[in-house]
Design a protein. Structure first.
Length: 135
């Protein structure tokens, strides 16, 4: 199944709802092209909603990093939303959890673009501690 990308706006922030897999080939390219198109059109604040993504391979992970890098160069950023346990473990293992802001709530992700708003980021440390307790 090909990756499905739906774009919507919330309070001036572009949210991309992704459904499927972010893997080498067309899927990773579709994410890169979508974010590059937003960047070119002047949209530099993007939230990637990964609730519908069941698998991310190394190329997909690289795609997320490239999207974040290209938006940062334009003064923007990518925030990650609704990661499953496997995604979080992957980001922790690759140390990319320190590169991305991660959110469990869409409103918090949107609020993170507004410095005067209160936000609750995902607590990676608590997640890692929980993993160690389960082992």
């Amino acid at each position: 199944m090909a990756l499905d990308i739906q774009q919507r706006q919330r309070e001036g922030i572009s949210i991309l709802d992704l459904k499927g897999r972010i893997t080498a080939g067309r899927d990773a390219a579709a994410v890169r092209e979508t974010v590059a198109g937003l960047n070119t059109s002047g949209v530099h604040s993007v939230v990637l909603n990964l609730a519908g993504v069941d698998y991310i391979d190394s190329t997909g992970l690289g795609t997320l990093v490239m999207c974040a890098t290209s938006l940062r160069k334009s003064g923007g950023s990518v925030k990650l939303l609704n990661l499953n346990r496997r995604h979080i473990e992957l980001l922790v293992m690759t140390k990319l959890a320190t590169v991305f802001e991660i959110f469990a709530d869409e409103q918090d992700a949107v609020n993170s673009y507004y410095p005067d708003r209160k936000i609750k980021t995902f607590d990676i440390l608590s997640f890692v501690q929980q993993l160690k307790q389960e082992e």
